[in-house]
Ligand binder design. Sequence first.
Ligand code: ZN
Length: 991
Amino acid sequence: MAQSLSCPEQKFTAGERYLDFEVTKVTSLPDIRQTAYEILHLPTGAKVLHLHNNDPENLYAICFRTPPEDSTGLPHILEHSVLAGSEKYPLKDVFNELHRGSLQTFINAFTYPDKTIYPVASQVRQDFFNLARVYTDLVLRPRLLRETFAQEGHHFEFSVPDDVHSELVISGIVYNEMKGAYSSPDSLMYKAIQENLYPDTVYRNDSGGAPDAIPTLTYDHFLAFHRAYYSPSNARFFLYGDIATRDCLDFLQEMLSGFAAVVVESRIESQKRWTAPQAVTGYYPIGPDEDPKAKTAVNLAWMLADNLDYATVILLEIVAWALVGSAAGPLRKALVDSGLGEDLSPVTGLEKDLRQLAFVVGLRGTQADRAAAIESLVLETLSRLVETGFERDLIEGALHQVEFQGKEIHRGVYPYGITLMGRVFHTWLYDGDPLAGLNFPAIIDDIRRRWEQEPALFQHVLRQWFLDNQHRLLSIMEPSATYQKEQEAKYSESIRTTVAELTPADREAIAEKALILKRFQTEPDPPEAAKTLPIIAIQDLSPEVDVIPSQAETRSGVTILSHDLFTNDIAYLHLAFDIAHIPDVLQSYLPLLCKFMTGLGAGELSYDELSKQIALKTGGIGIHLTSGYGFGGRQTWQKMIVHIRMLYRNIPAAMDILSDILFRGKLSETARMKDLVFEGRNDLQAAVVPSGHIFAKRTAAASLTLPAYREEQWHGRNQLKFINGLAESWGEDLKDFTGKMADLKALIIRKDKLIVNLTADAAGLRLLADAMDPVLAELSDDRFAICETSIPALSNRTGVMIPAQVSYVAEAFPAPTYGSDLAAPLFVLSRLLSNGYLYKKIRVEGGAYGGMCQYDTTGGVFSFLSYRDPHLERTLSVYAEALRFAEKGAIPHEEIQKAIIGSIGALDRPMDPVSRGFASMIRYFSGLNDEERKKFRLAVLSMDDKALSGEALEYLVRVKDKAAVAVYAEGEKMHTANMVLQPPLQIETLT
Ligand SMILES: [Zn+2]
């Protein structure tokens, strides 16, 4: 990550020529540590933007404008298919080879409603250019084989593979991926709004693909789309990182040689503004026995300004945040307090990834007949705000959040370069200034100036873009217990005529094609093809581990860990309270306690005032629960971690907020509690279908270890059952409930076993440690009683019914933790199976969107997972075969080498400063020191074939009878599977 504030010196001047390029503009952005070069490739007209900085995690992305002509998912299927292989790299799945055998820190591809982006990132220069070189060749010169199209897009399959008389079904990876997406209420809700708010533009189509339209896509059409849009003349190349601009251009010169300019018509047209509001009703699936009462969502959506009008866009961002961005947002508050629905709709907020922005707000957990009331409430609230204006603190809070985000060195799951890339494309894609949305500090200054000159600035924005704007859509999404069946019928109907007209010869031809596809999928790539890919050698990998600076001291009887890191004037604080002594019956209440502590009022402040202060003085406060094993699996730890981030100048104010939350929380505000309970329930429920594999893993693993059992209790189906029960019977015994919460909090917020973790530079650490003193002094000195916990007996063959068109299948094994000699071989094995055997059998051959393997070295669980899977029993047999496949000692040496490189890549995943501080604290809980980490890394680097196919697999085979299975799927599918499964699944409802 970037280690200083300066931005690199300018190495080119505007107007300068270099090779085939002309540098058109050079801009220094010291506040965000970037020097930006806008460059044109003269022979093709390709546009290049390089953000030069001192971040060693370099990022390269190729973007094409790809307006979809229909909902066959053409852009999406093409996105999957180009990455399969090119003439120069004639393998069947180059993407997977790069993914598993490189030091990539990010490799992916994204289909948006109007563009397709191919990004790769790495911290190692040679690896970075290898990846960028191969990626460029793949997108510009792909092979696009017929087999790839069939595999990724769609093809016919006999439901009994060798029987030409059996039923014909459609399969394909994108097809199944989209069936999963079309089972998620949240995606259906968003889709209905996008398609109906922009009905005269390409946004009326689904670039991802509608399952009933995907099978109508032809191979010729697919090839033609690539020819039309994938040329340098329609491309934008985005580069980010510490590699010199000259080196980037040398590389691009080579990549673009041989291409000439072509005319590409890919302009994204604007939607014409309506003169009157519109309404639309849609449906989403619920289980056949589910009660549809209070399950409707009602949203209002406005089409706002064009992304190119950036001055307005940023004002709209501030207004959107002020309206709904915090619990104090007046529009959010009006809706939630109205009792017209359970909680705010999950699609609420500003949508910026389209040419013209949209703002959406609404309620879920409501009834269709309340739509008119919801609409009037929203409009009345907005009118009132136009009259009275926003409270000053709300706007200040929004400005502070923008400032904070601009300042923070942030790398979550995605590299920081990806965050900046997203902002760049909001304007660049439509031929606007690519830097318009980047320079946060300058943007804030500008808004402050305008606001001073025109105090009613935000009222004017509200009037113009909301009240006076007739381009408004009322969208109602109703639950349907028959939706699932109707969709299935629609899919079979769409192929029925085709199937009915098939002659016996046609059926033979389909069987023949299926055979060719199967052969294509199972045959290994020729060795000479595999050699075309540039790969890094194991001896070039560093044996050193990244050491995170860490100091431990005791202050007022509490252990304080501090990490001296450059954080750009932001301080991070974690308070890890022990919760191992909390009795089992109370553990399920903990997630709600976390929510209540920050969501209710505290001290003098009501909940909305508290939320305003949090936005004004901090970058956010969060509380979460986590647990794991100590080193060598000897004991477990369980923690509630309070996390707060703030600018140095706000440390004292943030500490006041923190003490209010810890010591003076209002655990008696029952009306607000109710809202939080329903919101918690609805969020968790909505997460099940999109993350079905994670839920299945939690359910399977819960019977194996205490940390996994807690995970299910806090974040999985057990929590959903618990919170659902609470929501259903809300109000029955509130006194008992609030009493329990207060007792629970008193049991946790104590000095005993508390670990404080600080991350900042030396000056920040001093400020933070001093400001902590009053907080520590107020903590209770009471000691805990030790509580023994054991896991209750749970089913280890569970089937959970969900309304989804695809399945999620998990099998979990108890596994050793860090400190065991088996940990390193199991770690490499999990990658080998994930990107090798399971990927091939479950995704490539099985047609599921994902098949993978995970090994949790702190939690002690090894698991097999499938995602958006058309199969169920077949997947379980694949898992069983996975254990046998390596037994034969048949893993090719090169496969193991790739798994080692990929494992090192995973160990070296870059982290932002706060994540490094956090990781160091977790290692402290787990008793994992740098020497042991180094030992582990050396064991990975020197892994021999025997350790994998021998020890690691033998271990899994040995514990196979202790493994647990959980499936999340539609009920009927599981009943059918149970006719052959031995032992059968114990089928249960979700809640
Ligand atoms: Zn996809």
